[in-house]
Design a binder for this molecule. Structure first.
Ligand SMILES: Nc1ncnc2c1ncn2[C@@H]1O[C@H](COP(=O)(O)OP(=O)(O)OP(=O)(O)O)[C@@H](O)[C@H]1O
Ligand SMILES: [Mg+2]
Length: 336
């Protein structure tokens, strides 16, 4: 069996804009292996959610995949009908979102919501209840045998996110997509959820795509990080390599904006400027306008991926020519 669970090839997704088409995902390619955590990182609007929603084909109204392959367990699922996708969503590919309150049903107990997911598995009511308690225990909800009778509003924000994770896990998906699962939570709870995702990966050996706009958060649990900018992956590498040897000026910019203990006292540097208009076709590098190292070539010619190592690629005309190593680049503390 191949180690690759998901292989996204040259994915392009667009949305209808007011006057022009918005090219939200512009030729994205990546793989996720069994047991691998891939971080999709980038500023707001870089196409992280559009990429992941394309994978499960649950795009906001009007959104559509115009090109590319999404090979899941060897099958191109872009070609699947809506009926076919229903057998994949949840069961094969689970998804957790930023704000669980929008996804959880407010008038049904947490226990019922987990058991609902187990209903198709031909299990008895008693077995489903037992499994719901087990799953709540697995995501570290205290007194799960009592908590299954509670409603979402009786759970704290962190507990609701854990409950969402338990619901997603009930179907035993092989791939879990977590879209900004910790953004709405405070830092301590954020760390606990990250640790939980790590434990879950180790327990189920599932692939996880973790979306975040925070490179510091991604650095804590991801094996591989793909940095997105304007609907493209501009740099991709094993997490440790990315931090030791960033190649793209945008990646470096993101690193400089991570708060960390070792940078105490020094200024965090935000990346100046705005991302390009995604409805206009670009000739050159999408980051050119904001890049401190921009050359003429960057405006006229789109950079293609260069390989620094087998697993480290970067789309920049200056690959290998910039030295960020002596700058203040820090990797935040590992979880657990
Ligand atoms: N329903 C929609 N209609 C039109 N444009 C959309 C729609 N959804 C997303 N877009 C556009 O697609 C681009 C990518 O959006 P996406 O939601 O994937 O970004 P993101 O990286 O997930 O950002 P965030 O960090 O804010 O969640 C953005 O320019 C956005 O404006
Ligand atoms: Mg998003």
């Amino acid at each position: 069996m191949s180690d690759i669970l998901l292989d996204v090839q040259n994915l392009r997704t667009c949305f209808p804009g007011k006057k022009k088409v918005i090219h939200a995902v512009n030729g994205v390619s990546f793989t996720v292996g069994y047991g691998e955590i891939l971080g999709l990182v980038g500023e707001s609007g870089s196409g992280k959610s559009a990429t992941c929603r394309s994978i499960i084909q649950l795009l906001p109204f009007g959104g559509r995949i115009i090109e590319g392959k999404i090979i899941y367990k060897g099958d191109d699922i872009v070609k699947k009908s809506e009926r076919g996708m229903r057998t994949i969503r949840g069961r094969e590919i689970g998804m957790i979102f930023q704000e669980p309150m929008n996804t959880l049903n407010p008038v049904t107990t947490i226990g019922e919501q987990i058991q609902e997911t187990l209903r198709n598995k031909g299990t008895s009511r008693e077995q489903r209840k037992k499994r719901a308690i087990e799953l709540l225990r697995l995501v570290n909800i205290p007194s799960p045998d009592k908590r299954i009778y509670e409603y979402p509003h009786q759970f704290s924000g962190g507990m609701r996110q854990r409950a969402m994770i338990a619901i997603a896990l009930a179907s035993e998906p092989k791939l879990l997509i977590a879209d900004e699962p910790t953004t709405a939570l405070d830092v301590t709870i954020q760390q606990q959820i990250m640790k939980l995702l790590l434990d879950i990966r180790n327990h189920f050996h599932m692939g996880i795509i973790m979306i975040t706009h925070n490179l510091g958060v991604a650095s804590q649990i991801c094996d591989t990080i793909a940095v997105m900018y304007a609907g493209r992956i501009v740099e991709k590498a094993p997490a440790s390599e990315l931090f030791l040897n960033p190649q793209h000026p945008y990646t470096h910019g993101l690193m400089q904006s991570i708060p960390s203990a070792d940078k105490k006292g020094s200024k965090l540097v935000p990346i100046a400027g705005h991302p390009p208009d995604l409805s206009v076709e670009l000739q050159g590098c999408p980051f050119a306008e904001r890049c401190p190292y921009c050359m003429d070539k960057c405006i006229s010619e789109m950079p293609v991926p260069s390989y620094i190592t087998e697993k480290h690629s970067c789309c920049c005309h200056l690959v290998g020519k910039l030295d960020f190593l002596n700058t203040n680049v820090g990797r935040s503390k590992e979880v657990g």
